[in-house]
Design a protein around this ligand. Structure first.
Ligand SMILES: [Zn+2]
Length: 470
């Protein structure tokens, strides 16, 4: 499995490095397994994703507020949330080659999604034997008993080493929202239903990370906790499933038939959830989870109420009643969505006498929105091109490139996924034997169709804004 996956992603991983999207972490020191650094184009893509999410899910909605809570929280938070007790995976060692794996993943790869859901360690052990699960590394099937491996990273606070100072790096941003519920209620006083959104880093000490940036130990989340009145949660759960899907297809341009919504079976559900779905994407290595949308009832707030002894209630003044709100949580990984966008955009096209690698990013997420390419690098043509570039860069990330042939410059921008190339030539500036009807016009080449269109310079910014969407 692992090898096949590497092959499926190999070309994309290599393009990501070559074009400055994503570099292997700590590379000059021989790397650090499963860490990745976002390069100049990767970070633009990432920022666009976060900005678009924030705008769609938080700032453009009167019923959603934003928050930025700490990565380090009082360890009691993780006791209350269940992470200290239960946030672990069943770890097995291959006795033959000593490699370690998640037993539930091995079982699900062979038996299908949810095969190991809700099973205890004895049951998992029995299933491993019954199904003669083979080691992905060496092919033997000689396993240790599964044992719990907690996924939270630990560290210590302060200068004195020892007990009492232990803290965890948060494994999710959601709990930071729950523990601020009372602060938001008391001070901001929103009316239910309302949501709180947060973007931030989370950390999980995964046993088997991999598939490029699909599963990394350090990752970034975009989470929304939507608080509603008990009894209305099913309606909101359905609402958010549809809202999330629409955003992916209609605004990020992700191929619709590569997305599916997988409703969890009863055995897969957490004990507190009355509905959970995964939005899945068909990656080159198979279907994988992109977005988890869960109806979590009042579990989290009740847990914090019990452990902190601070009431987590909402007072409905109109109907004069108090209750602990229910919560619906759409939880999405930034890096995971970024991988989906990369996989979905990546294409090698056969042209008449050539082939080109092209990233078909939607203009809203594309790291570079446009490239300004003067046909010659001197005189009025260069001056005009620079003037256009200076104007556009105030608004978007655009590039100016006057090196190499125009064909090579197009290919480079195709690989970056730049949706528009703007060429400035003699006609634009009325130099030499130029066509007077084209004076003041530039040629805009659209990446996917490679069609060229004349656009008046004074209309250029509006032209681009309409396609980019901001
Ligand atoms: Zn092995």
């Amino acid at each position: 499995m692992a090898k096949k996956v590497q092959d499926a992603l190999k070309d994309l991983v290599s393009l990501c490095k070559r074009r400055g999207f994503i570099f292997p972490g700590s590379e000059i020191y021989d790397g650090l397994a499963n860490t990745w650094d976002y390069g100049p184009y990767g970070i633009e893509l990432k920022r666009n994703i976060k900005n678009l999410w924030w705008k769609k899910f938080v700032s453009s909605r009167p019923d959603v507020l934003g928050l930025d809570s700490s990565i380090l929280l009082n360890p009691k938070v993780w006791v209350a949330s269940g992470h200290v007790g239960n946030f672990s995976d069943p770890l097995v060692d291959c006795k033959a080659c000593r490699e370690r794996f998640r037993a539930d993943q091995l079982l699900e790869e062979k038996l299908g999604d949810g095969a190991a859901a809700g099973k205890n360690f004895e049951e998992i052990d029995a299933m491993m034997k019954e199904n003669a699960i083979e080691c992905p590394s060496c092919g033997k099937s000689d396993w240790t008993q599964p044992r719990a491996f907690n996924l939270m990273f630990q560290t210590e606070i302060g200068v004195v080493e020892g007990a009492g100072n232990k803290v965890y790096l948060r494994p999710e941003t959601a709990q930071g929202i729950f523990i601020n519920f009372k602060n938001i209620m008391d001070n901001v006083r929103p009316k239910i239903p309302f949501g709180v959104g947060q973007i931030g880093k989370s950390f999980r000490n995964e046993i088997t990370p991999g598939n490029f940036i699909f599963r990394t130990r350090e990752f970034e989340q975009m989470e929304l906790e939507f608080f509603c009145e008990p009894g209305t949660e099913v309606e909101w759960y359905n609402y958010w499933k549809e809202f999330c899907m629409k955003w992916l297809v209609e605004e990020l341009g992700i191929t619709e038939n590569k997305l599916r919504l997988r409703e969890h079976a009863k055995e897969e559900l957490s004990h507190y959830s009355n509905g959970t779905s995964d939005v899945e994407y068909e990656f080159p290595f198979g279907w994988g989870e992109l977005w988890g949308i869960a109806s979590r009832t009042d579990f989290d707030l009740k847990q914090h109420q019990e452990h902190s002894r601070v009431k987590q209630e909402y007072y409905d003044a109109v109907n004069n009643k108090r209750y602990v709100p229910f919560v619906v949580e759409p939880s999405l990984g930034v890096d995971r969505l970024l991988l989906v966008l990369l996989c979905d955009a990546y294409d090698v096209e056969q042209l008449e006498n050539d082939e080109r690698t092209v990233m078909h990013f939607h203009p809203s997420v594309a790291p570079v929105k446009a490239a300004v390419l003067p046909l010659v690098k001197k005189g009025k043509v260069k001056e005009k091109a620079e003037e256009i570039f200076q104007k556009l860069i105030k608004r978007w990330n655009v590039e100016y490139d006057e090196t190499q042939s125009i064909g090579k410059r197009y290919r480079r921008q195709d690989e970056l996924g730049t949706p528009f190339c703007i060429t400035v030539d003699f006609d634009t500036v009325g130099e030499g034997e130029s066509d007077a009807s084209k004076l003041g016009f530039v040629t805009v080449r659209e990446r996917d169709s490679m069609k060229q269109e004349l656009v008046a310079i004074e209309n250029l910014e509006a032209y681009l804004a309409e396609k980019i969407g901001y």
